[in-house]
Design a protein around this ligand. Sequence first.
Ligand code: ZN
Length: 243
Amino acid sequence: MEYIIFIIILTTVLIASKLIFKPSMKKLKTLKDNEKLESITNNFPEDIQIAEEILDIIAKEKTGQFTRPKIEQSENTKTSLYIVVTNKILIANMKNNYARIQTIAHECIHSSQSKAFLFLNFIISNVNMLMFLIITGLTLFSVIKINILLALGLTCMLLTQFSIRIYLEIDAMKRARHLAEEYINSKTVENNALVVSKEDIAKLLESYDKLNEQGIPFMIDHYFTRSIIPILIYIVMAYMLLS
Ligand SMILES: [Zn+2]
């Protein structure tokens, strides 16, 4: 009976998350292409140069210790990311992506976040994945039986992983918007003349706000769903094996 209650609770919180955050891939996709914004963004330097210059701003403003990350661009990857173990920012192929300044700022901010927190996120994600695979595998091959303590332990671990990750992401997303604005403003005046008009800058920043408006709730729901689904899989599978 307790497993049925567990499944009902998890399904309810999953549905609640969808109702609260209203994640919409469709809305995000409508924001993806915009020729006007792409042509405004083409006035800015190449991705690696943007990253270096944004890191300059971070280094100047950061009061604590900051070890500058290496930057690499990869033509084959579609998502940019910061790898804490190697302290490296990997920039995706972002041709015709008007959001590239904000995306690069986001990864640069990750590189300046608390290393202890970043490593904790890295360790707990890997431990959880391993733990899930081992527990599911052992249950599947009847080495161990479903155990409410195991299910609760897995839930605690996955929700802790969710809290750490979501803290890092929301911090990066919110600060990236302001950092992108600071960078854009620092680049748009050359020899006292505006390279990009004030209206165009406003349009670009407005689009960044819209991306965050849709992107932040989408991301919270995404990571929450990713935490709950493995627990559901484990309990449903183990319960079916038991009965
Ligand atoms: Zn991120």
